[in-house]
Design a protein around this ligand. Sequence first.
Ligand code: HEC
Ligand code: HEC
Ligand code: HEC
Length: 454
Amino acid sequence: MTGPSRLVAGIVAVVLLGGAAIAFAIVWRPAIAAIEPPGPQAFDAALVKRGRDLAAIGNCNNCHTVRGGKNFAGGLPVPTPFGTIFSSNITPDAETGIGRWSEEAFRRAMRSGFNREGQHLYPTFPYDHFTNVSDEDDRALYAFLMTRQPVRAAARENQLSFPFNQRFAIAGWKLLFLRHDTYQPDNQQSAEWNRGAYLVEGLAHCGACHTPRNALGAERASAQFAGGDVDNWHAYALNDQSRAAVPWDADALFAYLRDGFHPDHGTARGPMAEVVGNLSSVPSSDVRAIAVYMAGVSRTPTPDRKRQGEAALEQARSSSGPASQANAAGASIYATACASCHESGRPLPFGGVNLARSTAIASPDPRNLANIVLSGVQAVEGERSPIMPGFANSMTDAQVSALLSYLRARFSNQPPWSSVEKTVQDARRAQTAFLVKSPAPHGAPADPQQREKP
Ligand code: HEC
Ligand code: HEC
Ligand code: HEC
């Protein structure tokens, strides 16, 4: 080789080696030594109790417990645009769970998304939020999980196509989207607001459902809380683009998040019902803090939005308006099947809100409304909670579609939905029974002292 070409080759080699070293540093983490499972007596009871509440706020059970299965034994299929990922067994079983994980290994998983062996974990496990969690809270979560019943349940194989089935590819995702920050308080705000921000942005990962995602499955930072998708549901916008007719405030948010119902907004259903089921069992001060912070996220609505909401409520009072003339089929189904509960001012459990107050009807797509009409709203065992029958067996897709289009025209000021019939068909296919509120499904029973029921 001549002088200059040797120089070029040298530079190329250095660049390649440097690149490989950087890639290696990002991709590779050492395994953290396995420990002897510490056993439940190794943990302080107060710490375990705190960990229980934190686990409820983090919805660990919603993803790590299969309905009807053993607590935290994993195996839940989580659908993503790239394929299906199965949640892990996070009971302290030594062979198939996290029994041999040290607290350090657990904290590394929560903060940086690595398993004990040093492999990357898929961000379906919402560590892009959990990275925010403090050392003390991770310690309490660890104590709670390590004192659960160990369950022997081997991991299920993910169903992902190439290249998404290559765990090292997650390194690139992390480089682009994972921010390693524990929460930094904002001194301009109250302690309560800061507590709420810490929980919402971190452990409670509200944005994981309520923020739209980009093509690589990461939340779009520029559209935080602008509305997202989860399973067969739309998680409504909660920022200033909220479509709620009556604007949300801290008190309404508190009632909705704690009890799953507020007279100006109606009930929480589907995946949100599971979130509420968990929040109803944690200290009310934490739910209050979340509500205070979220009230700031939704901000004072623009005069335009306020007018729209008021106009929708006004328009809904008239049952002989243009909507009814344009869609006689929908109008007559509503009058016979729905109005007696939704317009008569009947008390709970059967009285539904005036539908002009329902975000489901003002929502950008009709999925949630189709789910509600087909499946209804189920009562929670032993509680005086809202009940609505499902209409899946008594209405055809064409009837449900006519009804949905009518509700949209009569109870919102939004343009008509397109592809209502297709949405109804999809909803019928995906239909599963869901609860208004699931009973606290944790290993440790909820503290009855903390459940203030109305
Ligand atoms: C939205 C669903 C979801 C939620 C909520 C969730 N996880 Fe997970 N978690 C997963 C999935 C899916 C995996 C498997 C990821 C993989 O295989 O790469 C996982 C993996 C883990 C792991 C790694 C286990 C192992 O053996 O590698 C730990 C630890 C964990 N989760 C703890 C928690 C804790 C603690 C909470 C609550 C604070 C929680 N998760 C909440 C979906 C979730
Ligand atoms: C697992 C996904 C998921 C998570 C996590 C989640 N939500 Fe939701 N949320 C939803 C869905 C889906 C709906 C719509 C439910 C319906 O139609 O009843 C919803 C509805 C809501 C509504 C009602 C909005 C309206 O205008 O009617 C509020 C408020 C809300 N969520 C707040 C929160 C907060 C605060 C958190 C975090 C503590 C949170 N959500 C976490 C999925 C989620
Ligand atoms: C037996 C009484 C009853 C009947 C009949 C009934 N509903 Fe309901 N509905 C309820 C109750 C109770 C709720 C829960 C409280 C709430 O959210 O309004 C509810 C909730 C809803 C919601 C959610 C409102 C929100 O955003 O929280 C919609 C939409 C709805 N019903 C539509 C209908 C339609 C359409 C029909 C007719 C096909 C119907 N309901 C028939 C009692 C009833």
